[in-house]
Design a protein around this ligand. Structure first.
Ligand SMILES: [Zn+2]
Length: 185
């Protein structure tokens, strides 16, 4: 019989604020970066948003065809030898059809919902840009959940560090470093 090492609960004494931060990190971006990039004076006119859904129109005609659609999802990153994974609340873009379907079933069991999305990589530590200076975006599958839980995100294969970390997990030390970047920017 093999001895199985018991997985630990994540906690650490923070070098930034001196507190003990306990429990696997669960952090989120309140709005998509695309929303934050709309000048404040135009947000009332060009955006519709909540903590789960966001529509950004190109112009005040509010044309549905060329608007951008985002939903908030959860990206799990395992922490080595830790029971609970790190949970990142991130926004992914959706086609108009996928967004519509997600919106219409929002209050229902969404375990049948799945869609393709793009994740723009602007999260602390992972943010990156392509050769032309545009924010990297990673293709992903969005998988709906039941019980009112936010959908889970599964990144498609790519050589990006975030994809590697979702597949392989991160060390305790890296989880500390990333958590601090989120809560003490
Ligand atoms: Zn702290």
């Amino acid at each position: 019989m093999f001895f199985r090492k018991k997985k630990r609960v994540f906690s650490y004494k923070c070098s930034d604020c001196g507190d003990i931060h306990k429990g696997s990190p669960s952090v989120y971006q309140k709005r998509p970066i695309h929303y934050l990039n709309v000048p404040k004076s135009e947000r009332d006119d060009l955006t519709v948003t909540s903590d789960d859904l966001c529509i950004i129109y190109k112009t005040s005609d509010k044309n549905k065809e060329d608007a951008s659609y985002f939903i908030r999802t959860i990206l799990e990153i395992p922490i080595t030898n830790v029971e609970e994974p790190m949970l990142l609340g991130v926004w992914v873009s959706q086609s108009h059809d996928s967004f519509q379907k997600y919106f219409e079933t929002f209050d229902d069991d969404q375990s049948d919902f799945s869609s393709f999305g793009w994740l723009h990589v602007n999260q602390p530590h992972y943010q990156s840009f392509d050769a032309d200076g545009f924010m990297t975006r990673l293709g992903c599958d969005v998988v709906g959940q039941s019980g009112g839980h936010r959908p889970r995100l599964y990144l498609h294969d790519s050589d990006h560090e975030l994809v590697f970390d979702q597949r392989n997990g991160i060390s305790w030390e890296k989880a500390e470093k990333i958590h601090k970047l989120w809560i003490h920017p």
